[in-house]
Design a protein around this ligand. Structure first.
Ligand code: DGT
Ligand code: CA
Ligand code: CA
Length: 571
């Protein structure tokens, strides 16, 4: 149960509480201890076992006893007592930006304010006006901080964070001496939004890692720097934690800092039942480390199959792993093609050749390009004639190139009826509803795309599309952006027995294009496997044009089946 991070957090909170209570020197002592616990390169329990706690800088007799108490009982009575002496609202107050324990104390003592709501009222009533140290501008900042806090912590869409994370990893790999470096936390679990980034590395020369990291131009402020951990704020305000750990602990640290917290809590209770202890340094039987270098090893030591990060939310995945039935989720390597590629409106035949070459180089066996349709504004559009005809008349190509039209679920307008295409994509109209008139040829519809996540997360918005897909046999696209079908919606789609289409990011701007990884992450979070993924199927199974399921496979355009890995994760 015990962890260095948690112990440090307890001591830091003790310091804050003592500040609120008006203590003079003690708070700094607890802060110093917290910093040094955080910089330890090994488990506190190991230090305690060697009776060396008192040799840790900043740890004297009183604090050493509290660490021992924490290791024994999981908490510290002194801390529990202090928490009872200070109104909980004050702790919230002192955590607000621009406030600290000392200011919180002044509001408490001078105004009788015990929490955010009361402070808001006090500001509104003008009770801060004329208080020493509170100019109008400062009061305005407090008002903003209170409003922001009430709205909940700011989380960012994974699509926005993805390029930043990759840029930081690339810099660390290029400029520092590292062996392994990975992003953990909610990012690795493929969550729709992330609160902060958690990066883990192993290195023979840790200072080079911190140096490469904190000198990156994106870094605006170094908030905390210890021997093993550094916390920075990027210029956009995103917090990034970087930890450098020992190679023999990397798997345990990756497991611990990937979370989720609920998943970890469940794992630790499972470990206890088996007489083991699991923390960010490894799995231990007594003092002996029985696992830690790899995640596989950590899960195996607990009698579990390795669990993909996207499933680690304590929603039954641990029970499944104990029975050895972790689903093998769809991976990038399962994808055999793309059916929903939009080209720029002015795309030339060369553009077609380029994306086809890219699809070929990925080993895909088909590529569906949208050649025209009805836009969300209701206006018909089509790619230039020469570009469209390139689809049908190409120099030899190893893959099937297909044309699609994309429109709402009404019949195509007359000006598009002559547009050559092999299949149809349906998109919700801006109202999100399914038109009463069915498409003229439901059998040609293979895909529903552009389903919004706002629509998707309300069952009512997604439901008509699930019905539509069930009726027509169409698949529904997941992702790619935060405004599109998310993992919650994808789960509903899977549970209805409908296949998904995954964006491939073909023709994407650069290597940091998040399209493919994010759609894949959402699908994996929803428990989707290759067999539930339309574009993981061979071209003959797509129900498209003359290559419908009734026709025998030609064999020519097939790629050999690729191996599936239970351990695949989004790039
Ligand atoms: P986020 O950053 O809000 O999007 O979500 P996470 O899951 O990345 O959370 P974060 O950054 O606070 O911590 C990363 C992981 O580290 C978290 O999923 C579990 C683990 N962890 C961090 N602090 C604690 C803790 O105090 N107790 C436990 N049990 N686990 C923790
Ligand atoms: Ca995080
Ligand atoms: Ca974090």
């Amino acid at each position: 149960m015990a962890s260095n991070a948690e112990a440090a957090e307890i001591f830091r909170t003790i310091a804050d509480l003592l500040d609120v209570l008006g203590e003079k020197f003690k708070p700094e002592a607890y802060r110093r201890a917290a910093r040094s616990i955080e910089s330890l390169t090994e488990d506190l329990a190991a230090v305690a076992a060697r009776k060396e706690l008192r040799a840790v800088p900043g740890v004297g007799e009183a604090i050493a006893e509290k660490i021992e108490e924490y290791l024994r009982t999981g908490t510290v009575l002194y801390y529990e007592r202090l928490k009872r002496e200070v109104p909980p609202g004050l702790v919230e107050l002192m955590r607000l930006p621009g406030l600290g324990p000392k200011t919180a104390r002044r509001f408490w003592v001078e105004l009788g304010v015990e929490g955010p709501n009361e402070l808001r009222d006090a500001i509104a009533a003008g009770r801060l006006d004329g208080m020493k140290g509170f100019a109008t501008k400062k009061i305005e900042q407090l008002r903003t901080a209170l409003a922001t806090a009430a709205a909940g912590p700011a989380r960012r869409a994974i699509a926005d964070v993805y390029p930043v994370a990759h840029e930081l990893l690339r810099t660390i790999r290029e400029r520092a001496t590292v062996d392994r470096v990975e992003v953990a936390g909610s990012f690795r679990r493929g969550r729709e939004t992330v609160g902060d980034l958690d990066i883990l590395a192993t290195s023979k020369d840790p200072p080079t890692v911190f140096e490469a990291f904190s000198s990156h131009p994106l870094v605006a402020e170094v908030k905390m720097r210890g021997e093993t951990k550094e916390t920075v704020l990027l210029s956009g305000g995103l917090q990034v934690d970087l930890r450098v750990v020992k190679p023999e602990e990397f798997g345990a640290a990756l497991q611990y800092f990937t979370g989720s917290k609920d998943h970890n809590v469940h794992l630790r209770s499972l470990a206890r039942d088996r007489g083991l202890k699991v923390n960010e340094y490894g799995v231990f039987r007594g003092e002996e480390r029985v696992a830690g270098a790899s995640e596989e090893e950590v899960y195996a030591a607990l009698g579990l199959a390795w669990i993909p990060p996207e499933l680690r939310e304590d929603r039954g995945e641990i029970e499944a792993a104990a029975r050895g039935v972790v689903p093998s989720l769809v991976t990038e390597r399962d994808l055999r093609g793309e059916l929903h590629l939009h080209l720029p409106a002015d795309a030339t035949p060369d553009t077609v050749d380029r994306v086809v070459a890219e699809a070929e180089s990925r080993g895909y066996s088909y590529l569906g390009i949208v050649v025209g349709g009805v836009g969300p504004d209701g206006a018909p559009w089509r790619l230039p004639e020469a570009t469209r005809s390139r689809l049908a008349h190409r120099p030899s190509s190893r893959i099937r190139v297909l044309g699609a039209v994309e429109a709402g679920s009404t019949p195509l307008p007359p000006e598009l009826s002559s547009l050559a295409h092999e299949y149809r994509i349906v998109r919700p109209s801006s109202s999100g509803s399914v038109a009463k008139t069915p498409v003229e040829d439901p059998a040609s519809t293979v895909l529903v795309a552009h389903v919004g996540s706002a629509v998707a997360s309300e069952a009512a918005g997604l439901a008509p599309w699930v019905d539509f897909a069930r009726r027509t046999g169409a698949a529904i696209e997941v992702g790619p952006g935060p405004e599109r079908l998310d993992s919650v919606g994808a789960r509903q789609v899977r549970e209805a027995g409908i296949a998904v289409h995954l964006p491939t990011g073909l023709g994407g701007a650069d290597e940091d294009d998040p399209t493919r990884a994010i759609g894949l992450g959402f699908a994996r979070r929803a428990g989707i496997r290759a067999d539930g993924t339309l574009n993981a199927r061979p071209v003959e199974a797509l129900r498209i044009g003359a290559d419908g399921p009734s026709r025998a496979p030609t064999g020519r355009s097939r790629v050999p089946p690729r191996g599936r890995s239970a351990k695949g994760r989004p790039a």
